[in-house]
Write a protein that binds this ligand. Structure first.
Ligand SMILES: NC(=O)c1ccc[n+]([C@@H]2O[C@H](COP(=O)([O-])OP(=O)(O)OC[C@H]3O[C@@H](n4cnc5c(N)ncnc54)[C@H](O)[C@@H]3O)[C@@H](O)[C@H]2O)c1
Length: 372
């Protein structure tokens, strides 16, 4: 179907009634984006904090409503899987903020909830909808980079203050930073996983010392670096660092290496180098490639999206969810990808505890799971 046919079908479908659970920074921002999408009606809001006065403080009451078809979960990461499972068990379509789950047990529970309910689940990994990342995906599919051999990706911020409200009092992020190693992997790994189109096999990880904010809150390390090998033997490096003293020029970093060339998006600078096209000793200009390989969705609706956060990617993430639910299409970021990417939290944590010992990815797609 052509993009304009999808658009017409979406507009003709009955409107989707959305409940938003968790109205902090992210929930508030995404609710604003949802209101700008045609055919979406927000029918209920919930936040556990009564001071926010959202109508519901217990999400289960919101899930009981018959005028809620779908829920957006924008609560702390540690609560996503529980709320998503409850929503799926009540027949609601789920769009969950990242990560999908924190522990491997939660990952399996999510998979099982989707399977037993034949439910609709999508993780809202907005970096997969960046205009540049979608253009790279189109180029990979067109063979521009040749065979992909490795990638590296990172999430880089300098926000140690997000971890605590005052010395010794951690926020939900601070608790995750303490309890796990790479606690926020999906912005880095999501686009890379789509480019590589392979299953993750094994991971090994080590952490830097917790030097910068030691003493303020307990913290597992200023940075964590993991190496992932895919089933076809491709290599991925994934790093997180949100506390070191450094400028935040861009929060995400990507590099994709193929046999014919390389793409790099680092510190806000995007460049490309293709053998036989670019000079031997200099990166080439990326902009013409991003235009040439622009995704059909960006072509059709990029103007509307640009006003939303993350350069328009948030708008496309929500748009993809509502369109797939309305037209009964498969989930654009289904539960298997969501838990595979999110399981990096548990696997980096386990590997660091065992001094870098490799950890196998569970086979989430295997029928009748073999629980590890
Ligand atoms: N995709 C992105 O670019 C992006 C950006 C920022 C945050 N996030 C994700 O969004 C989520 C929320 O982040 P945030 O910055 O808004 O955090 P936040 O702390 O500002 O907001 C979380 C809200 O959830 C509420 N809450 C907690 N437990 C709840 C429960 N059981 N039921 C209902 N409400 C509950 C809290 O009271 C709070 O208002 C996190 O998962 C985070 O990882 C994603």
């Amino acid at each position: 179907m052509l993009r304009r046919h999808f658009l017409a079908a979406f507009l003709a479908a009955p409107s989707i009634r959305l409940g938003v659970i968790g109205m902090g920074n992210r929930g508030t921002s995404l609710a604003r984006v949802a209101r700008s999408i045609p055919n979406v009606e927000i029918t209920a809001l919930c936040d556990i904090d009564p001071a926010r006065q959202m109508g519901f403080t217990d999400y289960r009451k919101l899930l009981d409503l018959s005028n809620v078809d779908a829920v957006l979960i924008a609560t702390p990461e540690q609560t996503h899987a529980r709320i998503a499972v409850d929503a799926l068990d009540r027949g609601k379509a789920v769009l969950s903020e990242v990560a999908a789950a924190v522990t491997l047990e939660e990952c399996w529970e999510l998979v099982e909830a989707v399977e037993r309910n034949r439910g609709f689940y999508m993780m809202a990994e907005n970096c997969c909808y960046y205009r540049s990342n979608l253009a790279v995906l189109a180029m990979v599919k067109a063979g521009v980079f040749g065979e992909i051999t490795y990638a590296d990706c990172a999430y880089l911020h300098s926000l140690p203050g997000l971890g605590y409200t005052k010395p010794g009092v951690p926020t939900w992020r601070g608790r995750l930073m303490n309890d796990t190693a790479n606690w926020y992997p999906t912005h880095s790994i999501g686009p890379v996983a789509q480019w590589l189109d392979d299953r993750f096999a094994t991971l090994t990880a080590l952490s830097a010392p917790a030097a910068r904010i030691a003493g303020v809150i307990p913290y597992s390390g200023d940075a964590n670096i993991a190496l992932i090998q895919t089933e076809k033997g491709k290599l991925i490096e994934i790093r997180i660092d949100i506390v070191s003293a450094r400028p935040t020029v861009s929060t995400t970093h990507y590099l994709l290496q193929g046999t014919k060339g390389v793409y790099r998006d680092s510190e806000g600078q995007k460049s490309i180098w293709l053998e036989g096209v670019h000079k031997e000793n200099a990166w080439g200009d990326w902009a013409p490639y991003e235009d040439k390989y622009e995704d059909a969705r960006w072509k059709a609706e990029g103007g509307k999206a640009k006003a939303s956060a993350h350069g328009g990617a948030d708008w496309f993430t929500l748009r993809a969810f509502f369109e797939a639910v309305a037209l009964k299409q498969p989930s654009p970021i289904d539960v298997y990808s969501s838990v595979e990417w999110s399981s990096i939290i548990a696997l980096t944590t386990a590997s660091v505890k065992e001094k870098g010992r490799p950890q196998d990815f569970p086979k989430f797609r295997q029928a009748g799971r073999a629980r590890g």
